[in-house]
Design a protein around this ligand. Structure first.
Ligand SMILES: [Zn+2]
Length: 152
C-alpha cells in the first residue's frame, strides 16, 4: 500500500482534467481526450515559480493545476514575513498547486491587470480564472483554508 495519492492535472489544449498516478509524477503525460502532451515536471520542483509579465498567461492561466500567486515587493516588510510560508506551501503542495511569486515593481502590466493595490496580495487561479484573493500578510492556516477547495 502506498499513501501517495494520484495527481489531477488539466490539459492545456482541451482543459480536460487527467488523473496522473503518483508513480508517474514528474513525467510527461498524454491527455486522455485530445492526446496532447501534459508537462508535469515543473509541478514537482517544490519551490515557488518566479513569474514575469511575459510568462504570466502561460504559467498561470494555462496551468495544469490551480495556482497561488504571491504578489510582493522587495521594500515590503510583511512580504518578508509571508515569503517563508509561501516557500513551505510550494513544497507541501508539490504537484497539486502551482505556487508562484510575482515582483509587482518589475511586472507593472500584470499588477495593473489584476488591480493589485497593496502588497502582499495572494491571488488564487483555477482553470484560467481568478477565483479569490487574500490581501495582506495572512497566517498560514488562513491561506490553507482558502486553498482547501482547490487541493483535490
Ligand atoms: Zn486534452
Amino acid at each position: 500500500m502506498t499513501q501517495e495519492k494520484d495527481y489531477i492535472v488539466r490539459c492545456a489544449s482541451c482543459r480536460t482534467k487527467n488523473r496522473i498516478p503518483a508513480d508517474k509524477a514528474g513525467l510527461t503525460a498524454k491527455c486522455g481526450k485530445c492526446k496532447s502532451s501534459i508537462e508535469t515536471q515543473e509541478l514537482f520542483i517544490g519551490k515557488p515559480l518566479i513569474l514575469d509579465d511575459t510568462d504570466f498567461s502561460a504559467k498561470v492561466l494555462l496551468s495544469p493545476v490551480p495556482v497561488l500567486v504571491d504578489c510582493w515587493a522587495t521594500w515590503c516588510g510583511p512580504c518578508q514575513m509571508i515569503g517563508p510560508i509561501v516557500e513551505q506551501l510550494a513544497s507541501e503542495w508539490k504537484g497539486r498547486i502551482r505556487v508562484c511569486k510575482l515582483n509587482v515593481d518589475e511586472n507593472p502590466a500584470t499588477s495593473a491587470q489584476y488591480s493589485i493595490m497593496s502588497v502582499p496580495t495572494l491571488l488564487i487561479f483555477d482553470n484560467g480564472e481568478l477565483k479569490d484573493s487574500i490581501a495582506g500578510a495572512a497566517p498560514k492556516h488562513q491561506i490553507v483554508r482558502k486553498m482547501a477547495p482547490y487541493l483535490g
